[in-house]
Design a protein around this ligand. Structure first.
Ligand code: SAM
Length: 296
């Protein structure tokens, strides 16, 4: 039998079940086995690797993962796809579909129950584009024992994630993901390999989890508050953004200027020029000041 992702087989499956795409669920299915194989290649899996997929659709990527991985667990929100997946993935006995919104699922518990301890685990998916960033944040913030993530997403989001300081795409999303992972765009994907074709260009990004975060900071939550505040208004200087948008610090420009200088950062700079290490130093300096301010 031909692979699921061939245009004719996909068409046949969709017709057989009278399936209508739900735009609201980000349903754009892949119909190119070469693209799928390259995605799986980027995940660098062995026959001992377990894969977690989000949104298997009719099983196009799931099938390619099942051929190479030890086990595949896939979360699918759309109940209408379950009987279809039951048929298309019937030849593979190493796949389990979980009917659930991945954002509500207890992924950590599933990992504990389904995979062996110390198993090599990769997340591989063609993500539903309406929830790309919440899914990535969930996977990273929950500290799942995964090696990394290889996902298809909007090219514009991939550009923001992998951006370097000083570029127009660099922002709090770049820092948040680069804090946990090494991020690289590995493939640009044309619209023509999907049914229906999406309105935006796509890219595949590989996020390799760091053993330790990119910077060690005194307080992680405060670090992210500093980052968010620094990017609140892009045309403003770092100083102005911090004064206007960071809660809990003294609104004394002179004192703030001194703190920035102590951290080795020119107060006239803009947030988008700071490296993640500089944000780390800034966050620690401000954190100390905040503590002094509150204990005074
Ligand atoms: N993997 C398939 C492929 O590549 O052809 C389908 C990818 S399609 C872009 C996204 C899939 O995610 C759809 O099957 C959709 O129903 C599913 N989905 C959307 N939101 C979801 C959520 N919150 N949790 C789990 N699956 C979701």
């Amino acid at each position: 039998m031909k692979d699921i992702a061939t245009p004719n087989r996909t068409k046949g499956i969709l017709e057989k079940y009278g399936f209508s795409f739900k735009k609201s669920l980000g349903q754009n299915f892949l119909i190119d086995t070469n693209v799928l194989n390259r995605i799986v290649d980027f995940a660098e899996m062995s026959s001992e690797t377990a894969a977690i997929e989000i949104g298997p659709g009719i099983g196009a990527l799931t099938e390619q993962l099942a051929k190479r991985a030890k086990k595949v667990i896939a979360f699918e929100i759309d109940q209408r796809l379950l009987p279809i997946l039951g048929e298309t993935l019937e030849p593979y006995d190493n796949v389990k579909i979980i009917h659930s919104d991945v954002l509500k699922a207890n992924v950590k518990q599933v990992v504990e129950e389904e995979f062996e301890k110390d198993q090599d685990i990769m997340v591989v998916a063609n993500l539903p584009y309406y929830v790309t960033t919440p899914i990535l944040f969930k996977l990273l913030e929950e500290q799942l024992p995964i090696r990394g993530i290889v996902v298809m997403l909007q090219k514009e989001v991939a550009d923001r994630i992998a951006a370097a300081p000083g570029t127009k795409d660099y922002g709090s999303l770049s820092i948040a993901l680069q804090y946990y992972t090494e991020a690289e765009t590995v493939m640009i994907v044309p619209r023509t390999v999907f049914v229906p074709q999406p309105n935006v260009d796509s890219a595949v990004i590989r996020l390799t989890k760091r053993e330790k975060p990119a910077v060690m900071v005194q307080d992680e939550a405060f670090f992210f508050e500093v980052v968010r505040a620094s990017f609140a208004q892009r045309r403003k200087t770092l100083m102005n953004n911090l004064v206007n948008n960071l809660q809990g610090i003294p609104k004394d420009k002179e004192l703030l200027e001194q703190t920035l200088q102590e951290a080795g950062i020119d107060p006239k700079r803009r947030g988008e020029t700071l490296t993640i290490e500089e944000f780390g130093r800034l966050s620690d300096a401000l954190y100390n000041q905040k503590r002094n301010y509150h204990s005074a």
